[in-house]
Design a protein. Structure first.
Length: 255
């Protein structure tokens, strides 16, 4: 496992370094533009780390797995290494986001904040929407810890989900792979959010959908205002997805 882990870590750290440099460049350009032209705000790169983790999980699956199998590395050892990489990547991406959030909170950049400038995935703003009472009853340290934990788990679950998507693609017959690669992004980016907004924003949905939504809200700790319960749900979901991904990996033909 050590050899495949070292190989993956070196490869992944290179990709993370490039990602961090790109985000630093974008942040610098955006801050300069916003400070120079006070009537202009720059945004649009939110969820960059989440998308990066998802794409990385998709890309790492077949290429690294094929290399591991050809070099007599067992799939079990490869999957253990993959899980370690998922933890490291999630931690790095979360730290990158936190650092950039601290940058825009510097005193000289108050002007940027006044104009609602956003540079990346601000998990605290999202948590405040779903857990408003939590922010009123807990200290800044506890709130920061909850935000860090939630973003870490979200990045991790997206990385594992990406590997699962890639595993399914490898298992499909070649004639169906193109349609699958087109359908998954469309449904994931457009279809699922649209259905979710319809269920939430209207009353024209079946009773079972209401039950599913209430169960999801309870699992995420929204009624009780506890984001740590939501973090536990994300952790359990990542374990389930990882288990399915491992089963997929064991049956994936490398060609």
């Amino acid at each position: 496992m050590k050899k495949i882990f070292k190989f993956q870590l070196k490869d992944i750290l290179l990709g993370c370094s490039i990602y961090a440099l790109i985000m630093l460049l974008l942040t610098t350009c955006a801050v300069v533009i916003t400070l120079t032209y006070s009537h202009i705000t720059v945004a649009g790169n939110g969820f960059a780390s989440a998308i990066f983790c998802l794409a990385l999980g998709v890309g790492i699956y077949k290429e690294h797995c094929q290399m591991a199998v050809l070099n007599s590395v067992s799939r079990k050892d490869f999957f253990k290494s993959l899980l370690c990489i998922a933890v490291i990547i999630s931690l790095i991406c979360t730290l990158i986001d936190q650092i950039f959030q601290l940058i825009i909170m510097l005193p000289k950049l108050n002007l940027v904040i006044d104009f609602d400038f956003t540079i990346n995935f601000d998990i605290l703003k999202i948590l405040k929407i779903f857990y408003p009472g939590f922010f009123e009853t807990h200290s800044a340290a506890v709130i920061a810890a909850a935000g860090f934990l939630m973003e870490f788990l979200i990045d991790g679950i997206l990385f594992i989900t990406g590997t699962l998507f890639a595993g399914i693609c490898c298992r499909l017959p070649k004639k169906y792979r193109a349609a699958y690669c087109i359908a998954v992004p469309i449904l994931g980016v457009g279809g699922a959010p649209m259905l979710f907004s319809i269920f939430i924003g209207t009353s024209i949905y079946p009773p079972f959908a209401r039950q599913l939504i209430n169960a999801f809200r309870s699992a995420m700790g929204i009624p009780s205002g506890n984001p740590f319960l939501g973090a536990l749900t994300f952790a359990a979901a990542s374990v389930i997805i990882a288990s399915v991904c491992y089963g997929m990996l064991r049956r994936t033909e490398i060609n």
